[in-house]
Design a protein around this ligand. Sequence first.
Ligand SMILES: [Zn+2]
Length: 439
Amino acid sequence: MSSVRARRSETRWVTRFMPVFLAAVVGLATYTTAKRVSVDHFLHRRQQPSAAIAILVFYFITFALMVLTYIRLFLVIQYNPGVAPLGQRAIWRLEKEEKEKPSWRRHKHKQTDDIEANAYSNVGPDEDPDSPGLESFYSKDVFICETDGKPRWCPTCCTWKQDRAHHCSEIDRCVKKMDHYCPWVGGIVGETSFKYFIQFTFYGSLCAIVVIIACALCTRQRLNAGDGLDGFVIAMLATCGLLGFFTITMFITSARYALLNMTNIDYLKSKNFVHTLAIRVPRGTQSCEKYKVITYPISKPGDSSSQLPGEASRRDVASERDVLATRTFAIVKTDLGENPWDLGFYRNWKSVMGNNFIDWLLPIKDSPCSTYENNESFYEMGRVYLRVRERFGLPSLSEDEKGFTTSKKESSGSQPKERKQQKKKDQGQQDEVHGSANL
Ligand SMILES: [Zn+2]
């Protein structure tokens, strides 16, 4: 058994077990707090109905919100985890593996084994200038790129990696704005689920605090009255103390990332990491000492220059149109630790948690950043982007070029609709593949 397969198999089982364990702990906590502490101890034994009611009210409000956010979080992780669509070569690889399987179970194991050694795995970036998905990058004004000006490439998913997407080795897929893999909540926490994760850890922390206070008060009164210890109450004190500490730490860490517009992955890299950006500059801008440039669409070998003098004027018009459709990008780097997506604490928080207080508290609306659509960039960029432009002295786009961009966008009036359809298609594919990954 390969170590990769062993680790993934182990992770799968832990991920199945953790939600059940959590449900058992919450069930025991509810029985202990409501029955043994509130009713038996405070109401019957101590004759303190106000204390019993206060504990019950605080407990069940936080309990209900915790369960609600957990269900929302769990469902989003299962059905809309925010994984990036697979590239064609990765789909072929999966289809090929599918055909080779003699039985369902064996096929699953073989797939996990083969994935590292398969001929389609670990392939380099697609060199085709018309590579699928490439246009979605250079139709923006800025995107994250490699030093050659092309977007980052995932060799396993065989696709260009959108800004802030990272490959998750546990589910073997690229995940948008990936934060971390969490067995406690059933899978990967990323762009679509981070808000609900913060809400769940918040209400989980409050619920644990209520249980700890109720159990501690009960224990103190029992000891003072010489009644001895209640095993259930002591067990809950220890369990909720441990889980509560863990949950509070997770909440503080996650809320901090939301305020900084970072993910766990960003944070781990932030100390010694610079981002390489492709920033759009006027057509015809040349490479210089400060930066290199790349022009999209990347021309095919022997393409435009093959035109002979005196050729038909129709070809000239077509050629001129092709030139107008090109986009030039300067390749520049941020300084160490700079975060291009930092919009300031308040706007960072709102981009994850929502635009008003109700959105922050209730798990209803998705994060605004997960539905962000803009022709400038994949995610809204802040002051660092402007600072980098200034630092490298990047020229602004001419009015003509801006005008061409606008008319191009206007002429393709169905673009937003097409993008929505593509998004739905991607979503369908995500669900389908994620479903198979969890078999
Ligand atoms: Zn990937």
